[in-house]
Design a protein around this ligand. Structure first.
Ligand code: FAD
Length: 551
């Protein structure tokens, strides 16, 4: 198989033109080409007004060696690399121990799937409900203002990204071909095949729900076990709590302690020497339990801000010009960053073209925003987080969980500003910049349900964050005309951008002071987004499998 890069064609080219372009690039007649498939499709919009599709293709020809010999000085044809992902070990016929995975977000699902494929029959515990039942609970907050603290946008099968845009791109490197494997798993589970090759793939909420169900079936078929409504409330630790002790050099060293199992909310205990902790960034009660148990936790930077909504058409025209609305390109996105005079960085986060702003709290009496869309991305508004980076120095305390305290305070304040009924506080961008309260919508109708309360958002975040966002919005206008439009809507607050903690782990992915505990994914501070969390889950599963084989 050969890999052919840099095949460029007009945006509206016909299917047959692609084959003709391959033949041209390789300089061969039609019968010499045995087959081909698209490995990657991006687009190049650098020429003003012109957009070209840029293909990388894997092609099969009759005489590969002769073609390579002939094109050896060309840069665009090489042997296609082997991108097969390989599981590193295989479990013995009857493994003595079953690993436990806590959480069925992308990290837990892919850790579980990898362990199941290697033959380790994991037991997977999820505090929330199965994805169908969970969907009812999510709607119940969005429609009836009723929150189920155990089954919501953050908790339940599929994890935090289930009611999302399902964006599947990531900045992480993929030397071990984990991403390729998991995208194939997504496609086998019902995701559109294009996610394997388009540059910014996404699935959308409705399809994600089906994909999650199929992945569950796969794990069960392979001998795994999944238990819903099974909240882990404690870990069983050998040698009692992890206490500090004094090393020969006089420094404090953690005493070796090991996890021996978990306790569930009903009191049941499950013995396990290997526990993958894939609980996501909202499992605040679990973090407190781990802290009490002495597991080493550090505070970590995260971001706070608002969601902003514009008409999607405005973004399309600004980004795609005359090609706005072209179905090949779909609804346009954006990515913006501004470095402020006060030293803060403001950036767009989790941009959802043609989507809606969602109520994403998991705790009663709190309001948190986020964004989602369906596969079609055809809702009226574009939304994105506009967030300010903060560090532990902003948390107001050196306590490892201080960032959680700050999140809770802001979320509670937003609940009160919204009217204490799960409405989100909202303000028009023009009013926010002018420093006056809003009293109602303009041309952009906010999509957040159950509803918004028009107010002044300047008290919703610390002063430095408000100042930074006030400076950033006009700066973004220079990059994206219309961004600072008076009627664009800000909704607050966006606080769950990533985990405010990191559960430190060693080079074998184990907690630095609790053997057998494997902190993983976004909640442990090692991922941000669906793909990076899933890849982290796979890598942790590999580490667990290797450890089990060695012991
Ligand atoms: P999570 O997905 O948070 O999963 C953790 C799981 O653990 C949950 O199911 C939870 O119920 C369970 N759990 C927690 N505590 C316990 C316990 N004590 N016992 C048992 N189970 C427990 N990312 C993208 O890449 N693209 C997007 O388009 C995107 N959109 C998003 C939209 C929304 C509305 C939200 C909320 C997030 C979005 N994200 C998106 C972020 C993405 O969802 C997360 O990065 C990702 O889900 C993290 O995966 P995870 O498996 O580490 O944790």
């Amino acid at each position: 198989m050969l890999r052919l890069t840099e095949v460029r064609l007009g945006l509206n080219h016909r299917e047959t033109e692609l084959k003709a372009a391959i033949l041209r690039a390789l300089g061969i007649p039609g019968p010499e080409l045995l087959g081909w498939h698209i490995r990657r499709r991006g687009y190049d919009a650098r020429k003003s007004g012109e957009i070209l599709l840029v293909y990388t293709l894997d092609v099969e020809v009759k005489d590969e060696a002769a073609l390579l010999e002939r094109l050896q000085h060309g840069h665009h044809v090489t042997l296609a690399p082997d991108e097969t992902y390989r599981y590193p070990v295989r479990a013995p016929a009857n493994p003595k121990t079953r690993p436990v995975v806590i959480g069925t977000g992308p990290c837990g699902i892919f850790a579980g799937l990898a362990l199941a494929r290697m033959g380790f029959r994991p037991v997977i515990l999820e505090r929330g409900k199965s994805v169908r039942e969970r969907t009812q609970d999510v709607w119940s907050l969005w429609r009836e203002r009723h929150l189920n603290p155990e089954s919501n946008v953050q908790f339940g099968e599929g994890g935090a990204g289930t009611f999302s845009d399902g964006k599947l791109h990531t900045g992480i490197k993929d030397r071990g071909h984990h991403i390729r494997q998991l995208l194939k798993d997504f496609v086998d589970a019902g995701a559109p095949a294009e996610i394997l090759y388009i540059s910014k793939p996404h699935i959308g909420t409705l399809r994600l729900v089906k994909v999650v169900e199929q992945l569950r079936e796969k794990i069960l078929e392979l001998g795994g076990e999944i238990r819903f409504e099974s909240r882990v409330t404690d870990i069983l630790v050998e040698d009692g709590d992890v206490q500090g002790r004094t090393s020969a050099a006089g420094g404090r060293m953690p005493r070796a302690a090991a996890v021996r199992g978990v306790t569930l909310a009903g009191g049941e205990t499950i013995a396990a020497d290997h526990v993958v902790l894939a609980v996501g960034h909202s499992a605040r009660d679990t973090f407190e339990m781990l802290y009490r148990r002495g597991v080493h936790i550090e505070p970590k930077p995260f971001s706070i801000g608002f969601r902003i909504e514009h008409p999607q058409h405005l973004i399309d025209v600004c980004r795609l010009g005359k090609h706005a609305g072209n179905p090949v390109l779909g609804a346009a996105d954006y990515k913006l960053v501004h470095h402020c005079r006060n030293g803060r960085d403001v950036y767009s986060f989790c941009m959802c073209p043609g989507g809606q702003v969602v109520a994403a709290t998991s705790e009663a009496g709190r309001v948190v925003t986020n964004g989602m869309s369906h596969y079609s991305r055809n809702e009226r508004n574009a939304n994105a987080g506009i967030v300010v980076g903060i560090t532990p120095a902003d948390f107001g305390s050196h306590h490892p969980l201080a960032g959680i305290g700050l999140q809770q305070q802001l979320e509670q304040q937003a609940y009160v500003l919204g009217g204490s009924n799960y409405n989100a506080p909202a303000q028009l961008v023009g009013d926010f910049l002018a420093g006056r309260a809003s009293t109602g919508p303009g041309s952009v109708i906010p999509s957040y349900t159950p509803g918004v309360t028009w107010t002044d958002l300047s008290t919703a975040l610390p002063d430095y964050a408000i100042a930074a966002i006030r400076e950033a919005i006009p700066a973004f206008e220079k990059q994206l005309k219309g961004f600072a439009m008076h009627d664009a809507v800000l909704t607050g607050v966006e606080t769950r951008t990533s985990a405010p903690i990191r559960i430190a782990r060693n080079e074998n992915f184990e907690s630095v002071n609790m053997q057998g505990l494997y902190p993983a994914g976004e909640g442990a501070g090692f991922a941000g987004g669906i793909i990076s969390a899933a890849v982290d889950g796979m890598k942790v599963a590999e580490a667990v499998a290797q450890k089990i084989i060695q012991t």
